[in-house]
Design a protein around this ligand. Structure first.
Ligand code: AMP
Length: 932
């Protein structure tokens, strides 16, 4: 592009993207018309340009004027085009571009016509100096728009209005990828004057609207006042979803995973997924179903198969809690797992659809987190279709001045340059067109796209709620507004597609189908269970497993995990770690934590199991202990020994995650609940960073199986240990996990040796049960000289839920038994050795939940004479394991014995900030625990 004018020169030095550039051009034009009409900061910028007299009639845009001037100058002042004609043409084209940029602001999107839109003066030809008298003037536009050569101003005005300001408002000029942007533009501009759908398709949409409307009315009549979070007002959501499925299938999609909050969910379950209405009615009647403690009906997931003219599509609606947006990353994680299972790297065959509410999508931060993950290597799924059910109200808040700070609820889409199709929910054909466009865009460009279904909510937040109290104006309008089904039925009757009686008949026959209670989705098919992987875990028992590993293979693998190409130079410190590992492989050194963990992965991979590890700094390990990814010192290349063991190994992936906890953990939960054959691990940089993901721990990990019957073998590695690093880097908040433990819902373990982490990780994969595993992982123990294990312990050992006394202490001489977990064990051990004490036995509880009573009892058998028992912890009294587990610690001691707490005093903060105070506290608690 020529950049000769002062304006161009200035623009080229700014950091504005293409979308902003055209905005600035328009602003500059406005400035030339009237300098006072624009913001002062811009005025000052433009004032600073060298002044050139711009002839009144001979320019259309300043950019073009300067360009022409530059070109004319370069041709010694000899102009080659008629300045008047070209100036008008350029203005005309600017006006066209104005529509591409901002046509959506004038689009007919709100069925209620309540939405106060931002003024959009650049959509009028008058803004560019044309008047009504020019309407019949013809312009030679050379195919610039609508593939037309010549067009009159009038024709163009109509065309632009229909294209950009109809019931679809397309926001796409922020998409910098030129191919994608051009495709979107063409897709919309080619629409002009073409019939969109044939009669059969129109009847399908009407039937689907009738179903959407019919179900809600039926439920309303049958269960008055019961909460159902009605879809009414946004009924077009049903044809929208079905059209995405149909068109997805045409574009190669075989599976779709969907996530949505409660609004419209029952409708989705019955009218898209094919849940039997009779089952839903039973739920309304409060009948107990399934083994667990269950969940309310509008959180239930569902799976089914759906027949399309391009074949079967498997559908899964994720179970979700009330925490609106959190289900999206869960869905996307599940999709990633399915894509991997199918070997579908490009992501064409499994599609994620996330459904959002207009308030939540703008309000909840996890949306940003999930969008930020959308194109990253470890988390992308080739684009997600994001549907916003925009009913212009969030519970009772409908004033956009209260709900958001942006024009659109979808403005966050712009952070990843995702296009947004705003569409009027009263026009099902436009909605279906948006569905197709979204599917095609995602198929072609493998990126996220938003559909903003602008509609309304016919009733209150739930059916017991009175919306007129808080939204009188909106709800008076809604009461007078015909339903989307009525609007469309009348339109089709007007077009002669059907008669009024036919329309009534559709309604009646849907109601009769509901009466029968059978599935009302004609496309529904019995699900093919042969592909389901969960069968062997259904006993839900803590089974035994073979923990031993062949010694020869172990040795071979131990060498293999230390190999990397000769022409792949790595950092000297990492080289030293690998050299040490080679000594471990040779049996010349004891295994440290990093090597033992690596060997857990290597032995599992060798047996064909898959592993996925993700978290902040996981490739290296926060504390420099893992180095699963070897970075080439000279090139931007990395080598992963664990992914290069041999041809038949399981798949290994390790990802340094985006700097996010909530969405990443939710993603991994989704992955783990879909891939029982993959050891899925999320690692927190420091244990308490999981605080940012608390909703995932509370609402999914700890309770998902009880609520929804969905098993999950996810592992959380949470670094923990009081080493004087202050309040935020000491505690993984063990107490929070223990407080959530019940009904055998998960495992909470505190491994204290390399052999223990090796066996713990292997056990998680090899036992035929999938339950979450919370690992309170060490920091300083990663390099502690006593925290080492022999090859024998790894090869022939197993995970020990409790580790008894290791020093040769005569049990008879023991006066006190100290229970503990984690790093404090080594502090106690070292001090006891220092003191040469033989009167205190130290027992490590390595699995705090489920509590291993039997093993503890057998270890305590030789201390039956002891009456003084202590639980010693580093954490303050109100934190750590004491309050949640003391009933367990006390349950196995002799009846006459007492159990006491030794640890830090109760504290508001997890740890002190001063090293000296930390040391003092640590010394005191160790002293007290051993002072007999
Ligand atoms: P989906 O592929 O998610 O539609 O799941 C298909 C079927 O697999 C479900 O209906 C369940 O029977 C089973 N299933 C899927 N995920 C799990 C899980 N996490 N735990 C137990 N069963 C599952």
């Amino acid at each position: 592009m020529q950049q000769n004018s002062p304006f161009d020169q200035w623009l080229s030095t700014t950091a504005f993207g293409a979308a902003s550039q055209s905005y600035i051009e328009e602003l500059y034009e406005q400035y030339l018309h009237d300098p006072n009409s624009i913001d002062e900061s811009w005025r000052k910028t433009f004032d600073s340009f060298p002044k050139t007299t711009v002839p009144e009639q001979s320019h259309s845009s300043v950019r073009d004027y300067f360009k022409r001037l530059a070109r004319d100058n370069s041709q010694n002042g000899i102009g080659v085009i008629d300045p008047n004609v070209s100036a008008r043409l350029v203005k005309l084209l600017q006006w066209v571009n104005g529509h591409r940029n901002r046509g959506h602001l004038d689009a007919d999107l709100d069925p209620l016509k309540l939405w106060e839109r931002m003024p959009s003066p650049t959509l009028s030809y008058k803004f560019y100096g044309f008047s009504d008298a020019d309407l019949d003037e013809e312009f030679d536009i050379g195919g610039y728009v609508y593939d037309k050569e010549r067009i009159s101003l009038r024709e163009l005005a109509d065309g632009l209005k229909n294209t950009y300001c109809g019931t679809i408002g397309l926001e796409f000029m922020h998409v910098n990828d030129l191919q994608a942007r051009t495709w979107l533009q063409r897709k919309l501009e080619n629409l002009l004057n073409k019939p969109l759908f044939n009669q059969d398709e129109k009847m399908t949409f009407l039937r689907e609207l009738t179903a959407a409307d019919g179900l809600e009315r039926y439920l309303g009549a049958k269960f008055p006042g019961a909460k159902r979070f009605s879809l009414e007002g946004s009924d077009a959501f049903i044809p929208l979803m079905k059209e995405i499925i149909r068109h997805g299938a045409r574009n190669g999609v075989k599976e779709i995973v969907m996530g949505m909050a409660h609004r419209g969910r029952l409708n989705m379950l019955v009218n898209v997924l094919g849940k039997k209405p009779a089952e839903l009615f039973d739920e309304f009647a409060g009948k107990h179903q399934g083994d667990g403690t269950g969940d309310v009906k509008y959180h239930q997931g569902f799976s089914s198969d759906f027949m399309t003219d391009a074949g079967i599509v498997h559908l899964a609606l994720a179970f979700n809690p009330s925490h609106l947006e959190i289900v999206s990353p869960v869905v996307i994680g599940s999709v990633r797992a399915r894509q991997r299972k199918l070997g579908d790297e490009a992501g064409g065959s499994v599609l994620a659809i996330t459904v959002h509410g207009d308030s939540a999508v703008a309000g909840q931060g996890v949306v940003q987190e999930t969008l930020n993950m959308s194109a990253t290597r470890g988390y992308s799924v080739g684009g997600t279709i994001r549907v916003v059910i925009n009913n212009q109200i969030g519970f009772t808040t409908s004033n956009t001045k209260d709900t958001r700070s942006t024009e659109y609820c979808t403005d966050i889409a712009k952070m990843i340059e995702a296009p947004v199709i705003h569409v009027n929910g009263d026009d099902p054909e436009a909605v279906a067109y948006a569905a197709r466009m979204a599917v095609e865009f995602r198929t072609l460009f493998k990126r996220d796209i938003f559909i903003d279904l602008v509609s309304y909510r016919r009733h209150g937040h739930n059916e017991a709620d009175e919306p007129l109290a808080t939204q009188p104006v909106m709800y008076r309008l809604i009461r007078q507004h015909p339903t989307p089904r009525k609007v469309y039925a009348d339109r089709l009757i007007g077009e002669g597609v059907l008669t009024e009686n036919d329309a009534i008949e559709l309604t009646n026959s849907y109601r009769d189908a509901l009466d029968r209670g059978e599935c009302v989705v004609p496309e529904w098919r019995e699900m093919d269970m042969s592909a389901v992987d969960w069968g062997k875990y259904l006993t839900r028992e803590w089974t035994e497993y073979e923990s031993r590993f062949d010694a020869e293979r172990f040795k071979e693998l131990a060498h293999k995990v230390c190999e990397y190409p000769a022409d792949h130079p790595i950092h000297a410190r990492v080289e030293k770690i690998y050299a040490d590992r080679r000594l471990m492989a040779e049996g010349e050194k004891l295994f440290d934590w990093g090597m033992a963990e690596t060997m857990a992965y290597a032995t599992l991979l060798d047996d064909g199991h898959h592993i996925r590890l993700s978290g902040e700094d996981s490739g290296r390990g926060t504390f420099f202990h893992r180095h699963a990814v070897l970075h080439n010192m000279n090139e931007r290349k990395a080598y992963i020994p664990l992914a290069n063991l041999h041809k038949h190994q399981g798949h290994f992936e390790v990802w340094d995650s985006v700097l996010t906890e909530e969405a990443v953990l939710a993603f991994e939960y989704g992955y783990a609940t879909t891939a029982p054959k993959t050891l899925t691990i999320w690692e927190a940089q420091f244990g308490d960073f999981a605080n940012g993901a608390q909703v995932v721990i509370d609402q999914f990990i700890s309770s998902g199986e009880q609520k929804w019957g969905r098993m999950c073998g996810l592992v959380l590695l949470l670094p923990h240990g009081y080493e004087g690093q202050g309040p935020e880097h000491s505690s993984a908040r063990l107490e929070r996990y223990l407080q959530l433990c019940a009904q055998q819902n998960m495992q909470v373990c505190v491994p204290s040796t390399p052999a223990q982490i090796y066996h713990l990780l292997r056990r998680q994969m090899l036992r035929q049960i999938r339950r979450p595993l919370i690992v309170i992982a060490p920091k300083s123990l990663l390099r502690h000289p006593l925290a080492v294990s022999s090859a024998e312990e790894l090869i022939n050992g197993k995970f020990r839920n409790v580790i008894g006394e290791i020093d040769p202490i005569d049990p008879k001489g023991v006066k006190r038994v100290v229970f503990c977990a984690g790093k404090v064990y080594y502090d106690l051990l070292e001090r006891r050795r220092e003191n040469q004490q033989a009167d205190v036995a130290i027992i490590r509880i390595e699995q705090l939940y489920p509590y291993p009573h039997e093993e503890v009892r057998s270890i305590l058998a030789e201390f039956s004479h002891v009456t003084d028992y202590v639980w010693c912890q580093e954490e303050p009294l109100n934190q750590g394991a004491w309050y949640c587990s003391r009933h367990n610690f006390g349950a196995d001691i002799p009846p006459q014995a007492t159990l006491r707490y030794v640890g830090r005093p109760a504290s508001a903060s997890p740890a002190v900030g001063y090293m000296s105070l930390h040391n003092e506290q640590q010394r005191a608690l160790v002293t007290e625990a051993l002072a007999v």
